[in-house]
Write a protein of this length. Structure first.
Length: 211
């Protein structure tokens, strides 16, 4: 197709391709050789509070395959266990749906296997979005007293704002998800993509009036 173009047009196309390659190369250099992921995730995480209050709310992350807990969810529930062990929460709420088995059920199973009493865990297994997490947890808890919200660093900004919009005040307790993964250069591009997607979701939630 290019062969049928004039010499001037060919030169313009070649220059454009070179420019695109240069921009892509610079883009990769910035992502892999600078702390942009770490700084971005830190900005989204907000304050790094200590676990406190009566209720710990833990949000599910990615779903796994074949009835296996998703990796993102696994990280969150691991840190939830550490939070529970460091502070005497009266109740732990695990929130997240999914098919064929809701992530919240797998989260409860993990926590019970690690020694958290079954009677201390409540399950919200209908939500598939952060907004639904907030709405359904608020409905489940009513007025629960002082509540701590635990989720990934990059997800915390949107999660806190969404819960506040739903009428549930929470103390954010993020954990270093993207910030930790970005320590390894091979993980920086996937982490950057995840941060970009999350920022797009923040804009969408803002436009919808959900935060």
């Amino acid at each position: 197709m290019i062969g049928g173009l004039g010499a001037g047009m060919k030169k313009k196309i070649v220059r454009l391709l070179k420019l695109l390659l240069l921009v892509a190369g610079l883009f990769l250099v910035v992502i892999t050789l600078t702390p942009i992921d770490h700084c971005w995730a830190d900005a989204l995480s907000g304050r790094w509070n200590q676990p406190e209050g009566d209720v710990l709310v833990v949000l599910a992350g990615s779903s796994g395959a074949d009835n296996v807990i998703g990796y993102g969810t696994y990280l969150r529930v691991q840190y939830a266990l550490a939070a529970y062990q460091s502070h005497p929460f009266r109740k732990v709420v695990v929130s997240g749906g999914g098919t064929p088995i809701p992530q919240a059920h797998l989260m409860r199973q993990f926590l019970v296997c690690q020694g958290v009493p079954l009677s201390a865990i409540e399950v919200e297994d209908s939500s598939t979005t952060t907004r639904e997490n907030a709405i359904y947890v608020k409905k489940l808890l009513g007025s629960p007293g002082k509540t701590t919200l635990l989720t990934s660093d990059y997800h915390m900004f949107r999660a806190v704002k969404t819960f506040q919009k739903a009428g549930l005040e929470v103390t954010p307790v993020p954990f270093p998800d993207v910030m930790k993964r970005s320590e390894h250069w091979a993980e920086r591009i996937p982490a950057f993509v995840e941060l970009a997607e999350e920022s797009g979701k923040i804009v969408y939630y803002k436009m919808k009036g959900w935060i």
